[in-house]
Write a protein that binds this ligand. Structure first.
Ligand code: IPM
Ligand code: MG
Length: 353
């Protein structure tokens, strides 16, 4: 199994290095894993003048799965839009057809005090957000900034085709079937035609999954319900922009964005795996970052793309063990626990593994 390793920018290289240690340990225990590194984001721009160098995209396409760190940094903010690190990420998602983005928001009991919400509101929280990732206002045409009636206007197009909604709905129903069989579709059908169609198609797909209890919620209400009573949700399916916003909100219910992994899958479950947090330039190269989200992304890779459930569980158990041992990177540190660096956390997970 070939893994393309794309560390990216900021804390990307240091967190990915810890995940690579974990993969090497699995490989030395008999899992046939082969890894190859390539630059993306700002690192891609530095190496080849392109946030997604052609060689990186080719490697990603030729691999079974991709592990990505994070992209972006102040150094690249002044570049022309097409050259910015974020464009590299958007392009690799689109080029590889990674339309289903799975973002679990899971609260580890040891970290309950890290949430800004009361423990009884978040205890046991386990939500899966399925975000459509290659359509919507992110990619819809036309888009641009132009002069109309003597002033500049900016515009984007919110657009979904039936087939785009259908395929992500199938993924979400499939995941709900393996969980608590509850799916909430989030849109803004009271205002947007695009959402009206979304809702109709989801209802149509639901007929194939009679066991799943389907509900519908407007995105503003969903944002409110997520902080009011997040445990009412099992699986949420939503479009690209609403999912971008709601998944950040949901991650903070757990208090520790540094803990959350994600998978972006195509129709054959080939995928790109990355922590949901960013490149955190302020703490880059200081060995302070939390590598657990990246390590947990490897667990998701084992589960969803490589069909190695046992390896996935082994990684997750190792992470639980280091938390139970009281080891914490700075972002999840609380009094009475032991503060460790990024590489020490990686070593502890290896030992637990
Ligand atoms: C995310 C990020 C990206 C997005 C940015 C970096 C382009 O916020 O993965 O959620 O908006 O999709
Ligand atoms: Mg985001």
């Amino acid at each position: 199994m070939k893994i393309a390793v794309l560390p990216g920018d900021g804390i990307g290289p240091e967190i990915v290095a810890q995940a690579v240690k974990v993969m090497k340990a699995l490989a030395s225990d008999g899992l046939k894993l082969e890894m190859e590194e390539a630059p993306i984001g700002g690192a891609g721009y530095d190496a080849a003048g392109d946030p997604l160098p052609a060689t990186t995209l080719a490697l990603a396409k030729a691999s079974d799965a991709v592990l990505l760190g994070a992209v972006g940094g102040p150094k690249y903010d002044a570049l022309d839009r097409p050259l910015r690190p974020e464009r590299g990420l958007l392009r690799i998602r689109k080029e590889m057809n990674l339309f289903a983005n799975l973002r679990p928001a899971l609260l580890y009991p040891e970290l309950a005090s890290a949430s800004t919400l009361r423990p009884e509101v978040v205890a046991g929280l386990d939500i899966m957000i399925v975000r459509e990732l290659t359509g919507d206002v992110y990619f819809g045409q036309p888009r641009g900034i132009e002069v109309r009636d003597g002033e500049r206007v900016g515009f984007n197009t919110m657009l979904y085709s039936e087939s785009e909604v259908r395929r992500v709905a199938h993924v979400a129903f499939g995941i709900a079937m393996k969980r608590n069989k509850k799916l909430c579709s989030v849109e803004k059908a009271n205002v947007l035609e695009c959402s009206e169609l979304w809702k109709e198609v989801v209802i149509e797909v639901a007929r194939k999954y009679p066991e799943v209890e389907l509900s519908h919620m407007y995105v503003d209400n969903a944002a409110m319900q997520l902080v009011r009573n997040p445990k009412q949700f099992d699986v949420i399916v939503t479009g690209n922009i609403f999912g971008d916003i709601l998944s950040d909100e949901a991650s903070m219910l757990t208090g520790s964005i540094g803990m959350l992994a994600s998978a972006s899958l195509d129709a054959n479950n080939k995928g790109l795996y990355e922590p949901i947090h960013g490149s955190a330039p302020d703490i880059a190269e200081k060995n302070l970052a939390n590598p657990l989200a990246t390590i947990l992304s490897v667990a998701m890779m084992m589960r969803y793309t490589l069909n190695q459930e046992a390896a996935a569980q082994r990684i997750e158990a190792a992470v639980k063990k280091v938390l139970a041992q009281g080891l914490r990177t700075a972002d999840i540190y609380t009094e009475g626990t032991k503060k460790v660096s990024c590489s020490e956390m990686g070593d502890a997970v290896l030992a637990a593994l």
